[in-house]
Design a protein around this ligand. Structure first.
Ligand code: SF4
Length: 370
């Protein structure tokens, strides 16, 4: 786990992440700001336009490939420990976005990590995985232009992890991930294999590769970039690039959505009534009384309902600016806004659940599971 000197920011891919100030991440962790690249992006995504993707590592390399119509890859995945939630929705949409911009897309089922981190046996994670891939396909991932695989059965990833392991000392692993059981260190090496596999000759590598990550996953990128440099001579690896997105707040106002706090999050497969109830009860940036809110407005910057719409469920930039201004000036009240948010979320969720049913068999076929 990596921390700032004052311990007010903690990035731990296997545990707690606390971010007091995103700007500090530029200075202290070497994440580069994304904003200066925005004007050069041929077709920036919603997350890019809205500064949800706020940072990157060496994304210029991928941008050049995009602008010059050269080959590049995008790589991400999901830990099969449950249904799709809003964090996995975000990375899936980012992968699909880059695939639509011409990337060869790699999507990994991180079943070794769910075994090591969540103690989920492989027989059980297989079941989640098939559902997760059905979600991915329903969201628009094109399997013909992509490669979907399980860590546990992908030989090339395991081979890379073994080869990388020779140079990873215990001191390095402790410095990046804290004191953990060996299986988690192994899973970090396997993730490095995931990130660099698109650059193997089997996939016409080396090539620029972008890994869209939540900021809590940035330590994996730092670790893998170091390995890519060490093994450059053997494999010709380029340092992998990343885009880094902010972490959406929990609906209950906690810093992050978490399974441990059921009122803080929902999945795309929860019952509509349950989702509606959680949004109705969500913390807001509103004032204690209607009168006060009409007079002095709300604070969208701290409001999870605003984030829910801005990150995921309002595609129109003009509409989200209007919501922001109407909240600030007291024109929009929280009850009214929550109702609108519930309608948008349930519309999406119901349509998605219908679509997803059609892809379950295809997902099982891709993963070769029953
Ligand atoms: S009006 Fe909407 S954005 Fe503003 S504080 Fe209330 S719920 Fe949040």
């Amino acid at each position: 786990m990596v921390t700032t000197d004052d311990n007010k920011t903690i990035l731990d891919p296997f545990g707690t992440t606390i971010i007091e100030d995103y700007d500090k991440l530029y200075e202290e962790f070497g994440i580069q700001p994304f904003k200066p690249l925005l004007n050069q992006m041929p077709n920036p995504s919603m997350y890019m336009r809205r500064n949800v993707i706020f940072g990157h590592r060496d994304f210029d390399r991928v941008l050049n490939a995009m602008r010059n119509h050269q080959e590049f890859a995008v790589m991400s995945g999901i830990k099969p420990s449950g249904e799709f939630h809003l964090g996995t929705l975000m990375t899936a949409r980012e992968v699909i976005y880059f695939q639509q911009q011409g990337a060869k897309a790699f999507y990994c089922i991180a079943d070794v990590e769910s075994y090591e981190d969540n103690k989920i046996p492989f027989e059980r994670s297989e079941k989640y995985a098939a559902g997760n891939i059905a979600d991915l396909l329903a969201l628009g991932f094109n399997p013909k232009e992509g490669y979907i695989y399980r860590q546990f059965t992908e030989r090339r990833v395991k081979d890379l992890a073994i080869i990388f392991g020779r140079t990873a000392t215990l001191a390095t692993m402790k410095a990046i991930y804290g004191e953990r059981h060996i299986g988690l260190y192994l899973s970090a090496l396997i993730q490095a294999g995931d990130i660099l596999m698109p650059q193997l000759k089997d996939f016409d590598g080396p090539k620029p590769t972008v890994v869209p990550v939540g900021v809590d996953q940035d330590p994996h990128l730092r670790f893998t970039r170091d390995l890519a440099a060490r093994f450059h001579r053997k494999y010709g690896f380029m340092l992998p690039s990343s885009t880094v997105h902010k972490i959406i707040k929990g609906l209950d106002g906690s810093p992050k959505m978490s399974k441990r706090k059921p009122m803080s999050y929902f999945t795309l497969h929860d019952r509509p009534e349950s989702i509606a109830k959680k949004i109705s009860n969500a913390f807001t940036g509103g004032k204690p009384t209607v009168k006060e809110q009409r007079e002095s407005g709300g604070i969208p910057e701290i409001c999870p309902v605003y984030e829910l719409c801005m990150y995921h469920f309002e595609e129109d930039d003009k509409e989200i600016i209007k919501v922001y201004n109407d909240c600030r000036t007291g024109k929009l009240l929280c009850g009214e806004h929550k109702q609108k948010a519930i309608e948008s979320v349930l519309k999406f969720v119901k349509e998605h659940q219908q679509k997803r049913k059609k892809y379950v068999d295809r997902a099982k076929e891709i993963l070769q599971v029953e």
